[in-house]
Design a binder for this molecule. Structure first.
Ligand code: ZN
Length: 136
């Protein structure tokens, strides 16, 4: 498995617009993209901090993964995403090591990345996303 860097940090929020204001007005970052990911039932907003992105996630459905997370735990850090080379081959390797996969095969995430999540039960409580840019 080859991780190259932290691609982004995913943060669950209740209200995208008011959260964007915090990141722009207080932290001085610039939101460069807003995208709805229908599959994951979220609306996302992206900021760049050096090489790392911040991904804000607002649920579009109370029964979706972010809706349930916010209901149970409130707003806050939701996942860490690592950029990986060879995502497709990496997943069976991890499974062979006993890691519980949420996605057995890569799927499409925001920004056209191929992504897969590892279950927090297998990763010390941190929901872990692996992603790969297919255009690199
Ligand atoms: Zn993410």
């Amino acid at each position: 498995m080859k991780l190259t860097h932290i691609e982004h940090i995913g943060i669950a929020v209740k209200d995208l617009d008011s959260s964007i204001r915090f990141y722009e007005d207080v932290l001085g970052l610039k939101c460069y993209a807003i995208e709805e990911v229908v599959d994951q039932r979220v609306k996302t907003a992206f900021f760049m901090v050096g090489q790392v992105k911040i991904e804000l996630l607002e649920s579009t459905d109370p029964e979706g993964p972010i809706g349930k997370f916010v209901e149970k735990r409130g707003e806050g850090v939701h996942h860490i995403a690592y950029a990986v080379e060879g995502l497709e081959e990496t997943l069976p390797e991890l499974e062979a090591k006993g890691i519980q996969l949420i996605d057995k095969k890569p799927r499409k995430g925001a920004e056209g990345l191929n992504i897969a999540f590892l279950h927090p039960k297998s990763t010390g409580g941190v929901l872990t996303e692996l992603c790969e840019n297919p255009n690199k």
